[in-house]
Design a binder for this molecule. Structure first.
Ligand code: AMP
Length: 225
């Protein structure tokens, strides 16, 4: 019988490194990286009515309504790539209502592991202030780790910019929303026995290794490993 799909979610404050680590996990296990922030920003760029509405929330540093984002994720999870090989969720769920909706969507299966990337608040504030991203593919850079050629993306050539919600005011609101709405998920998943807390401080390679060790504790290893 074929192996079951992998179902992984990453929790962690803005700037904890979820995007970077989710990308690595998705390559390591050849599973889909589902980043709700990237999906919303793509809709904003496309200028759809949905994107226009989402932009207002994003720029204020507030969460878009649960029903909206749950609809987006449920459609994405139903696509064959996610359904067959599995996925790593980055930025979803962010509220208890989203976690409950996800449980209902996956039932009778459930998430295999939820990795909580722990990084202290002072450090994420520093990382967010220096973060720069590709406006086309979302690849991450910073003022200290610049792209090779004049703020154009090493991966796709797109323009590398500061995110519109990486302003001091929006950062403050987003971190407050995280404390209030997302930290309750830590207890939620601990209770389900799927939580792994991983130290997110350090070089991306080190953090990636820690995550692989945490996944291995749940029997998740890649075929080559
Ligand atoms: P991120 O790139 O994950 O930091 O997300 C950027 C913004 O997109 C957030 O500040 C929210 O406005 C919105 N967003 C992303 N994921 C979610 C989610 N699961 N629930 C509600 N809003 C979200």
């Amino acid at each position: 019988m074929a192996d079951a799909p992998l179902r992984i979610a990453l929790l962690g404050r803005q700037g904890a490194g979820k995007g970077t680590q989710a990308t690595r996990i998705s390559h390591h296990f050849a599973i889909v990286h589902i980043a709700t922030g990237d999906m919303l920003r793509a809709a904003v760029r496309a200028g759809t009515p949905f994107g226009e509405k989402a932009k207002a929330y994003i720029d204020r540093g507030e969460l878009v309504p649960d029903a909206v984002i749950i609809g987006v994720v449920s459609e994405r999870l139903a696509e064959p790539d996610a359904a067959r090989r599995g996925f790593v969720l980055d930025g979803f769920p962010r509220t208890i209502a989203q976690a409950e909706a996800l449980d209902a969507l996956l039932a009778p299966a459930r998430l295999d592991v939820v990795v909580d990337l722990e990084v202290p608040e002072w450090l994420v504030v520093e990382r967010l202030a220096s973060r720069r991203v590709c406006s086309v593919c979302g690849a991450n850079y910073s003022t200290t780790l610049q792209p090779r050629v004049d703020w154009t993306c090493d991966v796709c050539g797109g323009e590398v910019v500061q995110r519109s919600d990486d302003t001091e005011e929006a950062i403050r609101r987003r971190l407050a929303a995280y404390e209030e709405q997302t930290t309750p998920l830590i207890a939620y998943y601990r209770e389900q026995g799927v939580l792994e807390v991983v130290d997110g401080v350090g070089e991306p390679d080190e953090v990636h290794e820690r995550i692989l060790e945490a996944l291995a504790r749940h029997g998740i290893v890649s075929e080559e490993a």
